[in-house]
Ligand binder design. Sequence first.
Ligand SMILES: [Zn+2]
Length: 167
Amino acid sequence: MNLLQRSSQTLRAAELIRHGFKTNIVVQDTGLSSNTIRTLYKEVQGQSPKAGQLPSPASILSTTQALLHASIFMAHYTKHIESNSEDRVDINLLIQAYNRYRRELKKWNDNNVEESRLLSVNDSWVLARGLVAKLVQVHLCSSGHFYISTPKQRTLPICPFCKSHQH
Ligand SMILES: [Zn+2]
């Protein structure tokens, strides 16, 4: 990486940190070292990054509600994905899709959903990465709902929209 590439990747990394991405995602996206990203994180956020592994797609899809939220996000993400970005996560697209997901939830006036039960931007990256790795599959149910599944998820791999309408 030359100096110019390095400085543009550093700016990009700072932007991703401001968006709330974990350091290992920022490392993977920018190709900068984890030491550089940790130092940058402290400069941007004023504190050291929290340690912690990323969740697996299966652990994110642990409830019908989580599956529903993840499916809404993924519908926005896959709608705009370019065929040339199939081998990596398109993080700009991911941020747009994540913002659309958050706006869509507000529109539903689903205010009883606690923040901690919403899909985080890091969860959304894990799911998008799962799509690239073919660990996350997309489906259309017989009623035309778009939803996702992953092996060993902790909730039934059936359409979460149809399932929640039954109650
Ligand atoms: Zn359905």
